[in-house]
Design a protein around this ligand. Sequence first.
Ligand code: C2E
Ligand code: CA
Ligand code: CA
Length: 745
Amino acid sequence: MTLASEPKTRPLGVSGKKYPFALRVALPVVLAVLAAAAIFHSFLFWSMRSIDAVSVERQRDLALVVIGQLRTSVAHDQESATVWDDAVLALQRGADPDWVNDNLGGWMYTFFRHNGVVILSPSDQPLYAYENDAAVPVETYGDLRPLVAPMLAELRRKMRWGDPQTIDEHFRTPGVSDLVMVRGRPAVVSLKPVVSESGKVKQTRGREFVHLAVRYLDGDFLDDLSKRYLFSDLRFSRQGETAKNQDKLPLVNAQGNVLGYFVWSPYLPGRDFLVSIKPVLVVSFLVLLGCVGAFLAFWRRNEKTRQEHERHIHYLAHVDSLTGLLNRPSFERELDDTLSVFHEEVARGAVIYLDLDRFKDVNDTLGHAAGDQVVREVAQRLSSLQKKGTGVFRVGGDEFVLLVPHCDAVGAAAICSRILRLLHAPFLVRGARVHLGGSIGVALFPEHGSTASELMRRADVALYEAKTAGRNRFAVFDVDMDAVLRERAHLEQDLRAALVDGREIALHYQPKYHAADFSLAAVEVLVRWQRPGYGWVSPAQFIPAAEASGAILPLGHRVLEEACRVARDWPLESVAVNVSAVQLRNPGFAEEVRQILRDTGMPAHRLELEVTETSWLDETGNSLDNIRALREEGIRIALDDFGTGFSSFGRLLEADVDRIKIDQSFIRGIGDFPGDMAIVKAIVDLARVKNLQVTAEGVETGRVAELLAEIGCDELQGYFFSQPLPEADFVALLQKPAMPRAAVE
Ligand code: C2E
Ligand code: CA
Ligand code: CA
């Protein structure tokens, strides 16, 4: 797990596999759009193809009609000269070629653009031949003879027997026409008899002169056709080969033989339309694609935001926002999962429950922001342990849990030692070096439980054990510990009862001596509890319980009141009473003390209150207000257990106090450890500068007492001089003559 990031270990609450957006949405939408575009395009294409097909068909029809018309008009043209008495007579007489040319040959070219004329004799012999407007030898059309022979026979048959069609088609004479290849060129060849107009010139039926006209279908005919009917690229082709987008129309003669093809590029309105709208189509398609793209992007963003929201909500629900570690519900689920996953082969592992020592002090004195900073830092240090399936969770204000699968007591002990080492380094908060530490309880599964709640409860029991054993250590759960826990609840209950009853609570008095001559100087009042069935219980055991349960307030009041009453008239400089940080934080505390002084008649200047530095740095300001008010009253303040806290000495000495009490832990080693001596010396020197009184507590030997006196302490206290004594014993001590210093040694 990375701190302050979304959990990656398990897709919590997200069920099922989810396909990516591209597959789930984008692809189907894009495919649908492409399909729609393809269908639209196909439809358009098909429509345009149909239009084009119709158009091509019409142009073919048109070409056929034009060719048909040409055949008719050639025949009609012929009739303008062939139905003519003079022509029959001239031919019968063996006419002059020039006359024939002027009236039947070249004339046909000049007026009707017939490309060739051949006049055939009644016995089918070519008599005259013309090409355009000039006479040519009859051999010019020699190869035409076999081709027209059947047509000629047909014509003579019609002439002989009559042709019913002639009337219908508004021809004056029968005729035969067909498509023929003439000298390699496609042509309409039309045969008409030369007949008498008036009927007065006699000819034998079927033995008329025949006028053969040739009209080529390539050359100017094609030009004319192209121009008039808008056939583009129109040409004649024998084989009918076409280029792309060209169409062809076969020229078929009466026998059904294909002579060749007309080839042209048909007018394709559909294609032209498609071409003309192509840019519009392309642009429209691109715009459509753009719109779809924008829509998809919008959708995607929307979905992303929604997913991020979901992830965030999920994150908030499962992750501790301060540290980024998984939270308590996540831990419980993870533990349940672990226990059930391994169900068959029996799950093994450890639940390591860590509670920071003195964190409450940090929070109370340096403020919540500082507390948060410390918690974050702890999370960071712990995250280095997070590997191979080990999960780190924050399950409470200053409580963390490590869930270590496949771990036995030895492994758990190693991890606990590592945790304690990690917490050993000081925390830098607001410029102050804060020394914390942690107490750890361990429960192993399956030995200590098979459910999450059972394991957590047992780890908690072990944790309590570690704390009562002196903190900054770990304890592995043991069945005996449950008894300890029950005992704690019992103790709280008994203490409450003791306070109501009052008789079990007693005060002991420990004298304090002048360092200069070891003469009696003052007294410290220490509370005692004679608990039925247990004997005297040390305040070190029940004061924390009293603080936690709130019982410290009535207890503190009781101690202060009794101390003032009992010690009021003792011939001592001062009476020192311990005050808990919880009492000091109470806004009415200063007034409470004033009231006790009034009630007991104790002079304010003879009362000294011993407070610890934690109360000193209380963020609420109540403690400082109380201290200020008490000092104004004349009451003296001593800073107890000096040197054990996490504040720097220099900073502490700025505090409004009258005395400091150097903690026992420095005093004890003063004769043996030069470091302790140096610290005590430094404290004494600093106190001198600040004009503070210095008391050394825990003085157990004469040698230590001598050393402290040399260094310059003002007061000495400890077993070397006297244990804390019951009231009667202490009163007896007061009556003893002063102990001369020399006598001590
Ligand atoms: P403290 O204020 O530091 O009190 C000194 C403790 O050291 C006392 O323990 C005393 O018996 C012990 N002591 C004195 N001389 C020596 C010595 O030469 N060697 C050793 N090893 N110990 C010595 P005690 O009476 O068990 O009190 C423990 C703590 O309980 C006190 O530490 C004080 O913080 C707290 N306490 C005691 N009475 C009260 C009280 O009335 N109110 C509050 N709030 N706390 C109290
Ligand atoms: Ca004390
Ligand atoms: Ca002390």
